[in-house]
Design a protein around this ligand. Sequence first.
Ligand SMILES: [Zn+2]
Length: 408
Amino acid sequence: MNCRHCKKLLKISFLNLGYSPPSNAYLSTEDLKKPELTYPLRLFVCDNCWLVQTEDYADAESLFSPEYAYFSSVSTSWLAHAKNYTGMITERLGLNAKSFVMEIAANDGYLLKNFVIANIPCLGIEPTASTAAAAETQGIPILREFFGNALAMKLKSEGKQADLIIGNNVYAHVPDINDFTAGLKTILKPDGTVTLEFPHLMRLLEYCQFDTVYHEHYSYLSLHTVNRIFSEAGLRIWDVQELPTHGGSLRIYGCHTENNRANTTSVQSILEEEKSCGMQKLETYQSFQKRADKIKNDLLLYLINKKNQGKRIAAYGAAAKGNTLLNYAGIKPDLISCVYDAAFSKQGKYLPGSHIPILSPDLLREQKPDILLIIPWNIKDEIMTRHSYVSDWGCKFVLAGPQFQIFP
Ligand SMILES: [Zn+2]
């Protein structure tokens, strides 16, 4: 396989998590009677442009683009993040009723609704029917398409170019990152700004966040690599911010290369930090598998011990990252009896691979588990605050990584 960005032959394995089903393929009771497809979940790193990427396999696009059950508005901290961003960017770019904002992967309108309220014209691009419909009920215009340069050319020919293009947690999920970036260039007005947020590979390496690896997450990005991809597409990163979201993300600000905006100092300082963390050295990537294995083994040891003591063990949050961890560890319902999740769309279904049933958190008070493994560690504070009552019966929260932790 060749690198999805620079096309150089990929030879260096970064992480091998065995075989795993698509992480968003939640199963119905009926599905449990059928065979389940699993695919190799393996990452390579390109020793030329340092793009970390999933291995290619047959039918990837048809398999990993359909029923996406995740509704962004379920997370209150993510809603607050979106609202803060809208206020900040509106002021920073001086957006008003004459501006035009586009969001790629607009999901259920969790973000664009703030622009609708502020009377700033906007358009969401969202291929998933269920989330797109939820956005439309809030008065947000939605184009039900996948974004790429072909769609961008069509929009441009209709006179639709944006002062601001937003892409939150979509850039790492596109198979053809070069085509996506070319599309950004196409629909950006001459003085326009692109902001993209994506998990920072530097944090994945630092905290060993191997459970953020799943099939639909094609690229694991550093500023160094994105800078290079942007530059080859005729775009320039002129500012970057570090965010706490998803365990450590970057928000990059892009413009056309020839735009006269000056780069802020943070661009150079994060590029230098990445370099000093060894992100352009093979050893950094080649030592990762051992660290991931230790987290998995420590979790299994703990769970098996507690199970043998007769404890009732459940999990909280049916997030995609949970499926990676549970499937890599080979955990099944005999060890973790269920997972509680607030999303109605997931309740009554089963996690792919592990077949752990997903239940409403309303049942927590009734079922009183002794241990709750928190799956989406990035929102652990929100979960522990919202469900602090579980301590009434002595229930402990447990985190698998980056270090094994028990609360309280
Ligand atoms: Zn490459």
